[in-house]
Write a protein that binds this ligand. Structure first.
Ligand code: HH2
Length: 264
């Protein structure tokens, strides 16, 4: 999953694309580089970021979703707002990626009632972006995240969303310290055992910076290490800013693991 942020304040400056033509080009390049789908967001969720209005999200997302869907590029829309979900689905999005896990009133019903069946990613976030990184604490981070994801996946199914359309995500960096992120990464097989595909988003996040001592622009190699660690522990999908490099790293890892192309 390649990331395109139609924002001016996303945490990685290289992902900020306020110019629609540049965003389209970037998304197409990521597909050419091997991404299976593009996640488009119009609101930064970095700690302390200002929320985007419904109008702003719609104005930024709809033209790009329409253009990509028209060229058969699978699009995931990163939004928490039911009205935005409805509009992006009508514009051709095939997945809704909700960092609030469909907890906004009306969100579950919006996805369940969509004319075109879409996939949905429910992500764990402790608190709200404005304050979530102020001393996050858990008794047991793994159980708490796992129980939350199981509950949200059950809520999806109870609302009428088919089980095979649900993806879960532990939400690395969303109300979590570096230690919480690492314990969750190590426990990914337990989260995968819930029976839903797992999405992992560690690309260039501050945990990579804390481990490597690198600024956000210098975290590519560390992010590749994290993507491989996530896939090795059962992640079905990785959300990344650097598609070409991640696809290459995963091709090598996959060939070593499964050896389907080069046999002797
Ligand atoms: N991370 C970000 C945004 N959305 N969605 C899911 N499902 N999982 C994630 O880990 C995740 C996400 C943060 O990354 P980015 O979009 O690059 O930054 P910003 O929120 O500052 O725009």
């Amino acid at each position: 999953m390649g990331v395109v942020n139609l924002t001016s304040d996303s945490f990685f400056p290289g992902s900020r694309m306020l110019d629609p033509a540049a965003a389209l080009e970037d998304a197409q390049r990521m597909i050419g580089d091997g991404a299976d789908l593009i996640d488009i967001g119009a609101e930064s969720t970095r700690p302390g970021a200002a929320p985007a209005s419904e109008g702003e999200e719609l104005e930024r997302l709809i033209p790009l979703v329409e253009k990509l869907a028209a060229s058969n590029v699978p699009v995931s829309a990163d939004t928490r707002k039911p009205a935005v979900m409805r509009a992006v689905i009508a514009a051709g999005a095939s997945m809704i990626n909700d960092v609030s896990a469909l907890r906004e009133p009306g969100a579950l019903e919006t996805i369940a009632g969509a004319k075109e069946p879409v996939a949905v990613c429910v992500m764990h976030m402790k608190g709200e972006p404005a304050t979530m990184q102020q001393a996050p604490s858990y008794v047991d981070a793994v159980s708490e995240v796992k129980d939350f994801l199981a509950e949200r996946a059950r809520a999806c199914e109870a609302a009428g969303i088919a089980r095979e359309r649900v993806v879960v995500d532990p939400g690395f960096g969303f109300g979590k310290t570096v230690a919480h992120n690492l314990v969750l990464l190590r426990a990914l097989p337990e989260i995968a055992a819930l029976g839903y595909p797992v999405l992992a988003g560690l690309s260039r996040k501050s945990t990579i910076g804390a481990i490597t001592g690198r600024d956000v622009g210098e975290r590519l190699a560390g992010s590749l290490g994290a993507a491989l660690a996530a896939v090795a522990r059962g992640a079905a999908m990785v959300r990344v800013h650097d598609v070409r490099e991640t696809v290459d790293a995963l091709k090598v890892w996959n060939e070593v693991q499964h050896g389907q192309t080069f046999r002797h």
